[in-house]
Design a protein around this ligand. Sequence first.
Ligand SMILES: [Zn+2]
Length: 76
Amino acid sequence: MVSKKSYEEKWGPHSHCVICGNAIPEGEKYCSDICKKKYEEELKKASRQQKISYIFIVAMGALLVAMFLLPYLFGQ
Ligand SMILES: [Zn+2]
């Protein structure tokens, strides 16, 4: 019979694969090279999206500043 407690005792402190959730040695991130590749692809995708949202925020900031400055430039 395998209860959750004996599972913990058998494996001791351990981590879980960030992709599929398999139990892996503590300090590891993935259970296999396949999951590692998947994770790295996710990271690449996320950093690409971050870059896009960063550009978007900068553009919105510039627009906001322009809207504040325009009355000063043309108002008087
Ligand atoms: Zn995995």
